[in-house]
Design a protein around this ligand. Structure first.
Ligand code: SF4
Length: 81
């Protein structure tokens, strides 16, 4: 089973982001129920923790997830200096 373990509390999955129902349904099938590891929200949670996931981040916004993760890594390196 590859369903996402965050479904119960995920604002996107619980349709709290105000997106069109058809889009939400499609993205849920594509990410939440099949390939969670490609979800932008899931990737940020796994890399940085729940507190780093913007409420309005959509599962298909890979570019934004990459940016959030990269910025956090730069910040960590900066703090280590
Ligand atoms: S949107 Fe992403 S984090 Fe939320 S339930 Fe779906 S796969 Fe999991």
């Amino acid at each position: 089973m590859n369903q996402c373990e965050y479904m119960e509390n995920c604002p996107f999955f619980n349709e709290k982001l105000g997106a069109l129902p058809g889009l939400v349904h499609m993205l849920k099938k594509q990410y939440c129920l099949l390939v969670k590891t490609r979800c932008a929200r899931y990737r940020v949670v796994q890399a940085l923790g729940r507190e780093h996931v913007p409420r309005d981040l959509f599962p298909n916004d890979a570019e934004r997830a990459d940016s959030i993760i990269a910025e956090a890594e730069i910040s960590r390196k900066h703090d280590a200096i």
